[in-house]
Design a protein around this ligand. Structure first.
Ligand code: CP
Ligand code: NVA
Length: 330
């Protein structure tokens, strides 16, 4: 299957077969890495990572994947380049496209990553925008496959803010891969009507089922996978915390909620996560609102059903698969 020279801006642009190919490739690359088999097939190529927002996993996964494939990697953070300040995205895209063989972008607007893709002339990968986080979904799906096997028909509940990058992307990925997906949260935080309708159409062709509910019992009953995300995302103002806590506190993933899922359900979180008081923001929220775990409690996060660090590791293998598939000409 030919994926080379294709951008990865959103999984909406990928067929179920292409997603399956990426997941199989990730599995193979993971095995090779564990066995010490080198796969430096992109020696001499150069890629640039543009980060307007912070990152641990995505940045490190792109860097290590790049090095494992034999490439040279340049990192540009939120300051220190001309991009978006003295130089338009369109001009930046054309400059970077003359120097690099691939571009990763993490930032705010989906339009920015689309503009880079349109004008750079090289593969562009979305490392998270406000709207989508496609590489995260690939890592989550690889993790689910490792624990549960075939994705098709699996019952998957996402709890929390559904209209941001993770909620949107889980819905898109589930529609593409035929899952029984439940968006569990307050109506005002469900994905946009337009995106929901687009996913319903896809679901009709793949056998996926999409449910939107405010009712935790209905949403989580007998699911194989429970997932959540932070209640306030990067780029949102601190002033939304109060309202968001009010809206989402009954959707916190705690042991009572997990007991409604299947006994052997797994828990996923893209991370970073607020599950105790060991972070600056976690402590600030505790002092203001008295909650010492937010979207997930410490016992669930640290419990047997939690596979969040496998999921984090799989960022590396899936991102490597994306770079490999979009850049290697075979
Ligand atoms: N999950 C994820 O994207 O993590 P980072 O923000 O650390 O990249
Ligand atoms: N929704 C989160 C995901 C972080 C990986 C955010 O955008 O901050």
């Amino acid at each position: 299957m030919k994926i080379n020279n294709k951008h990865l801006l959103t999984l909406l642009d990928y067929s179920p077969e292409e997603i399956s190919t990426l997941l199989s490739l990730a599995k193979q690359l993971k095995k090779e890495k564990k066995e010490g088999i080198s796969h430096q097939v992109l020696k001499g190529k150069n890629i640039v990572l543009l980060f307007e927002k912070d990152s641990t996993r995505t940045r490190c996964a792109f860097e290590v994947a790049g090095y494992d494939l034999g490439m040279n990697v340049t990192y540009i953070g939120s300051s220190g380049s001309q991009m978006g300040k003295k130089e338009s995205i369109k001009d930046t895209a054309r400059v970077l496209g003359r120097m690099f063989d691939g571009i990763e972008y993490r930032g705010f607007k989906q339009e920015t990553v689309e503009c880079l893709a349109k004008y750079s002339g090289v593969p562009v990968w979305n490392g998270l925008t406000d709207k989508f986080h496609p590489t995260q979904i690939l890592a989550d799906f690889l993790t689910i496959q490792e624990y549960k096997g075939d994705l098709k028909g699996l019952k998957f509940a996402y709890l929390g803010d559904g209209r941001y990058n993770m909620g949107n992307s889980y819905m898109v990925g589930s529609a593409k891969m035929g899952l029984d997906f439940r968006m569990v949260g307050p109506k005002e935080l469900w994905p946009s009507k337009e995106l929901r309708e687009q996913c319903e159409k896809i679901a009709k062709t793949t056998g996926a089922k999409l449910t939107f509910t405010e009712n935790v019992d209905e949403g989580v009953k007998d699911v194989d996978v429970v997932a959540t995300d932070v209640w306030v995302s990067m780029g949102e103002p601190d002033s939304v915390w109060k309202e968001r806590i009010e809206l989402l506190k009954k959707y916190q993933v705690n042991s009572l909620l997990m007991s409604k899922a299947k006994k052997d359900a797994i828990f996923l979180h893209c991370l970073p996560s607020f599950h105790n008081l060991e972070t600056k923001i976690g402590m600030e929220v505790y002092e203001k609102y008295g909650l010492n775990g937010l979207e997930v409690t410490e016992d669930v996060f640290e419990g047997k059903q939690s596979v969040v660090f496998d999921e984090a590791e799989n960022r590396l293998h899936t991102i490597k698969a994306v770079i490999y598939a979009t850049m290697v000409n075979d």
